[in-house]
Write a protein that binds this ligand. Structure first.
Ligand code: GDP
Ligand code: MG
Length: 323
């Protein structure tokens, strides 16, 4: 199989969690079983990478590059990873993006085909890609959606918080709300409940202050998450909560992908229309998340979670939130 045009991709995005009118969720158990209880998947430890944030901020676009990378590394065993981005004219396939029909659906989507990857130790794992979105346009919608994001936080090993332009105090407060809800459902335990939190700032415009990529991101984050003398109690608490809840917090600053990506309605995702700086950053970011040595296995209460266990956690967490 070649990766020439994207038609190599097996699978599609499926919605597994949908909010209902009573501020609860509906879980599509059949769909989940089909993904997580497959014979070759159910006993593998999982790596759950979730991209979460508001609509229309390029989450699906990004996830489709994750698919491209995982396809190359897991299905084609390509060792020359400089080539993973592919040919300049390939349209971008995968999760529906732009005019996609799921574009305004609050909830959690999964890629229907887990990727079988190997850790450096030789341990096989199943990598699951999750897309979590909701609205953030008023305090009430934030609260309504918080449980969806909390669920995503609890179920993922890597939570990518996808935000536009900058990390504002509001973004941190939303995050605090998600982890607060998340802690309601978790068992009492020692240690930090969640694993990796990756802030991903899109359309970062001030690269002269903090450079694009992981280093600039870390500098911005260090400044932002500092707890200072005299800081307002609430601001302090947000920062302490983030630190208490995640084992690792990182930040990556993405440049604007170029006007063809953001404004041309006929754009099909081909690389030749994507700004080279953006491509360079993708080349840095995606392996930082998905290369064998960087995969983070999902753990709950200190224990490795297998695909079949993840199904049980989905069910029990949804039950807790549905009261
Ligand atoms: P989602 O709703 O968050 O999944 O967003 P989509 O991936 O569907 O993308 C929404 C629109 O934003 C599409 O027109 C994309 O071409 C465009 N887009 C993708 N990535 C970026 C980005 O980094 N910056 C900007 N400004 N637009 C982007
Ligand atoms: Mg989307």
């Amino acid at each position: 199989m070649t990766t020439e045009d994207g038609s190599y991709l097996v699978g599609h995005g499926v919605q597994v969690v949908t909010p209902n009118s009573e501020h609860g969720f509906v879980l599509d158990e059949k769909l989940l079983q089909g993904i997580l209880l497959r014979d070759d998947i159910k006993d593998l430890p999982v790596v759950v990478v979730s991209v979460a944030g508001p609509y229309r901020k390029g989450k699906s676009f990004l996830l489709n590059f994750f698919l491209r990378y995982l396809h190359k590394t897991c299905h084609e065993n390509i060792s020359d990873l400089d080539e993973w981005l592919g040919a300049p004219d390939n349209p971008l396939k995968g999760f529906s993006w732009r005019g996609g029909s799921d574009r305004h659906t609050t909830g959690i989507h999964l890629w229907s085909e887990p990727f079988k990857a190997s850790l450096p130790s030789g341990q096989k794992v199943a990598v699951l890609l999750m897309d979590t979105q909701g609205t953030f346009d008023s305090t009430s919608t934030v609260k309504d959606n918080a449980t969806v994001f909390a669920l995503s936080t609890m179920l993922s090993s890597v939570l990518i918080y996808n935000i536009s332009q900058n990390i504002e105090e509001d973004d941190l407060q939303h995050l605090q709300l998600f982890i607060e809800y998340g802690r309601v459902a978790k068992d009492k335990m020692d240690g930090k409940p969640f694993q990796r939190l990756q802030f991903l700032v899109r359309d970062w415009a001030v690269a002269y202050e903090y450079a694009y990529g992981a280093v600039g991101g870390q500098q911005l984050l260090n400044k932002l998450l500092q707890v200072r003398e005299g800081q307002h109690e609430e601001l302090k608490r947000v920062r302490q909560d983030i630190d208490r809840c995640f084992e690792e917090v990182t930040c990556f600053l993405m440049p604007h992908p170029g006007l063809k990506v953001s404004t041309n309605e006929h754009f099909n995702g081909k690389l030749s229309d994507v700004d080279p700086e953006f491509q360079k950053c993708l080349n840095q970011l995606v392996p930082m998340l998905l290369a064998s040595e960087n995969l983070v296995q999902k753990k709950i209460g200190g224990h490795t979670v297998k695909a079949k266990d993840l199904l049980s956690y989905f069910k029990s967490y949804v039950k807790v939130f549905n009261g």
